[in-house]
Ligand binder design. Structure first.
Ligand SMILES: [Zn+2]
Length: 370
């Protein structure tokens, strides 16, 4: 991770660069701040700068072997530890493949996203006693490349008390050339004995103007919306991303409602208008909409058979499905699912979207009245 790819945080970046250049790196540090502020990306950029063989005044070179190994998450002296669901594994090394996939997708993620990736049942992950033994074992290893050995402990507040206590000694007197970087969202949940042994690096929220600017340029959000999202999410990029996804879902909900209403009324003009409007969306959005429609259809069935006990719906969605769900039942669910899957398949293969969505609206009309 290059510093320039971390959103905002200009002053903290300068500070970290100064520390590395002056060779005044504290051996045990605690980066504290919401993950959406960029706590992990900043730590990764810092580590890369430490390992870079050709660094500039403002960033790592991105080209040298040190940079490449950190960027590929293959540096032999860089170790990651993170919370894991204990019934899957006691230690994080078994989940490194998932961890790498996550980091390659984005270093902006939080414990909730990580849990979802790891476990369908979303059970609570922790950093266990076994993990502390693993950390201590790895600190005894020699440095492969002769430089720093770096130990990143992500979401350190999830260490259980035994694990934290076992690490006190090594944090107090870290072996030569080893560098511990603990990351947490809130220092309140950290043991005072850990806090007293680490140098605090406070990660502040992303400046709202900077975040808005980023949303406009990188996610192609319009200026007004970007400003409102940046302010609503209080400088937290993960929250901003979720907000944007929700907004897209609101558009999708309207599209879904219009499809169902016009098909229910057998209003052919409205159905054709709907197909036309949907065909105007980008190809990516069209496919996402089909998946979204599939999701609402499954949720409708679930509402019918569990009287709403389990659902994954926003309030607006739940409101609409309250009346709509009864139109999805055992006699048409298969047809609905089959058609949605077919539509998705055809869109992937570049079928004409106007024809595809017109066909969909007529099929929906048949199924609803089946
Ligand atoms: Zn480099």
């Amino acid at each position: 991770m290059l510093f320039k790819n971390v959103i905002g945080q200009k002053e903290l970046k300068q500070h970290l660069i100064q520390v590395a250049k002056a060779d005044k790196i504290a051996q045990t540090q605690l980066f504290a701040g919401q993950m959406g502020y960029g706590t992990l990306p900043l730590a990764l950029a810092f580590i890369q700068y430490v390992f870079c063989e050709n660094r500039t005044e403002t960033d790592s070179c991105g080209q040298c072997s040190g940079c490449k190994k950190v960027d590929d998450l293959q540096h032999p002296d860089l170790h990651f530890f993170f919370p894991v669901v204990q019934s899957i594994s006691k230690i994080s090394s078994k989940l490194l493949p998932d961890w790498r996939i996550q980091l390659k997708e984005s270093a902006y993620f939080d414990l909730y996203e990580w849990t979802q990736r790891m476990d369908d049942r979303e059970r609570k992950p922790i950093i266990s006693t076994e993990e502390s033994q693993e950390i201590i074992r790895k600190t005894a290893l020699k440095s492969y490349e002769g430089g720093y050995k770096v130990y990143i402990i992500w979401m350190a507040e999830e260490m259980n008390a035994i694990c934290a206590n076992k690490l006190l000694k090594i944090l107090e007197e870290p072996p030569d050339k080893s560098l511990f970087i603990l990351l947490c969202e809130s220092t309140e949940h950290m043991l005072p004995t850990i806090l007293s042994r680490t140098q605090l690096v406070n990660v502040p929220r992303i400046n709202e103007d900077v975040l808005a600017h980023y949303l406009v340029n990188s996610l192609l959000i319009d200026q007004n919306t970007a400003e409102s999202i940046a302010s609503f999410s209080a400088g937290n990029y993960i929250k901003a991303k979720h907000q944007i996804e929700q907004q897209e879902n609101t558009d999708f909900l309207e599209l879904f409602k219009n499809l169902m209403r016009s098909s229910f009324k057998k209003d052919v003009t409205a159905m054709l208008d709907w197909a036309e409007e949907t065909a105007q969306q980008t190809k990516e959005k069209q496919k996402l909409f089909v998946l979204y429609a599939l999701h609402l259809i499954r949720q409708s069935i679930l509402l019918n058979y569990t009287s709403g006990a389990i659902n994954q719906l926003s309030n607006d969605e739940a409101e609409f499905l309250k009346n709509f769900a009864k139109f999805i039942h055992g006699k048409n669910i298969q047809s609905f699912m089959q058609t949605m899957n077919d539509i998705h398949y055809h869109l992937e293969r570049n079928a004409n979207p106007r024809i595809v969505f017109t066909h969909l609206s007529f099929q929906v009309m048949r199924y609803i009245h089946a």
